[in-house]
Design a protein around this ligand. Structure first.
Ligand code: T4K
Length: 372
């Protein structure tokens, strides 16, 4: 029935004609990077759109994360989740920081605040939680723990663009939050990312760090890196922003359709919308209980593939099970029972604005007919 392959996601691409107009301006000005006019405009527009005060644009989310840790001078040990994209933990390694994995809660797949305190040692300096699939972490509880133990909190909000709790951006919590604008994200600039902070001084410091530490032509104030977003990326972001609400609405309709259709399928569960949260529907994942569904997650993944449908197992394997980290004591399966179980059960289904209703129905039919 479907003509071509269906991937877990496809980037939202605004009309090319309109992008050409931005490109023309770049060609005219010949400013293609280094805090040009589109870069400045995008920072301003994102602050307005997201309901935040300060943002620094980056070449990608991973460099934003690495730089956020530098900006706060984080050292020693950092408590984090094994249930994320590898970049969350790699950023610690690149800063010579030891990751300490703490288990997740099954309901949201986020770091379980109840498990954080027992992992704190004299070397702990920060907590790095992830708003997995854009579902907000228990931020108040995490703040209480961080304040009590004098720890910094850096949120990996790569999935949480536009997500709000009680009408307040999740990016307003924690010391810093990072975003990813990768092609696979709700809002993309091809590649891209950002750090969100809460003071002009911190914004200045982050801007220094992402541009070699240059404050002026003859003054280097910090050992910075080159992590800047360029003008073509920023222009694309400005244009995409105009279409974003519509794109999120389409994702919501698809998530609703999956939930409605799969609600009564035994052995299949999913995360419902959370009260008081404005969601961005960045991922739609199901969890397969093999004992009830009668088929393993991996068998369903393969079956979908046979139909040219490429779901993804985000996040399997756990970061803690990858070779660079597997020898850490906190990576032990007995320390992470929930994360290990969820990683075996999860399957992210295609959800993106241009996904056809017929494709959603086909995916649902395959899932239902695979049940034994
Ligand atoms: N923290 C978290 C929690 C993250 O999830 C990520 C990134 C980061 C930090 C780091 O941010 P960045 O440095 O990436 O800005 C993808 C993305 O590469 C990665 O950005 C993302 N998380 C992760 C969850 O997913 P892959 O290896 O699964 O991507 P890939 O290339 O297999 O793409 C998935 C599907 O998307 C493809 O099957 C087809 C479609 N696709 C992909 C690309 C790149 C397109 O249609 N067009 C495209 O250009 O990692």
């Amino acid at each position: 029935m479907n003509k071509g392959p269906i991937y877990v996601t496809q980037p939202y691409l605004p009309p090319l004609q309109e992008f050409n107009e931005y490109l023309q301006q770049i060609w005219d000005s010949k400013i293609i990077t280094n805090n040009g006019p589109f870069h400045k405009q995008l920072e301003q527009k994102l602050c307005e759109y997201l309901g935040i005060r300060y943002i620094s644009l980056f070449a990608n989310g991973t460099l934003a994360l690495i730089t956020a840790l530098q900006a706060l001078k984080i050292t020693g040990e950092v408590i984090t989740t094994p249930y994320s994209f590898v970049a969350s933990t790699h950023a610690l390694w690149w800063n010579n920081i030891k990751p300490v994995f703490v288990d997740i809660e099954a309901e949201t797949c986020n770091l379980n605040p109840e498990k954080i305190e027992e992992a704190i040692t004299e070397h702990t300096t920060a907590i790095l939680p992830v708003h997995v699939y854009g579902n907000p972490c228990k931020m108040e509880k995490i703040k209480q723990i961080a304040d009590k133990h004098d720890l910094k909190v850096i949120y990996d909000a790569a999935h949480a663009f536009g997500v709000k709790l009680n009408n307040n951006s999740v990016l307003n919590f924690g010391d810093l939050s990072i975003l990813s604008f990768h092609a696979t994200k709700v809002f993309n600039t091809f590649e891209g990312g950002a750090i969100v902070c809460h003071s002009p001084e911190m914004k200045q410091h982050i801007d220094d760090l992402k541009n070699f530490g240059f404050r002026s032509e003859i003054n280097v104030v910090a050992p910075g890196i080159n992590a800047k977003m360029n003008e073509v990326q920023a222009a694309f972001g400005l244009l995409s922003l105009k279409y974003l609400n519509e794109a999120i609405q389409k994702r919501k309709l698809i998530a609703d359709a999956y939930r409605k259709a799969l609600n009564d399928t035994r052995g299949i569960s999913f995360i419902n919308d959370i009260n008081d949260v404005f969601h961005n529907y960045s991922y739609f994942c199901i969890f397969i209980d093999e004992s009830t569904y009668g088929v393993t997650r991996d068998d369903l993944y393969e079956k979908l593939k046979m139909h040219n449908i490429y779901s993804r197992r985000y996040f399997y394997p756990l970061i803690s099970n990858f070779s660079p980290y597997a020898a850490l004591s906190s990576a032990n399966t007995s320390n992470l029972p929930v994360a290990n179980k969820v990683a075996q059960e999860v399957l992210c289904l295609p959800n993106y604005p241009s996904l056809m209703n017929e494709s959603v129905q086909e995916i649902v039919e395959i899932i239902k007919s695979t049940f034994r």
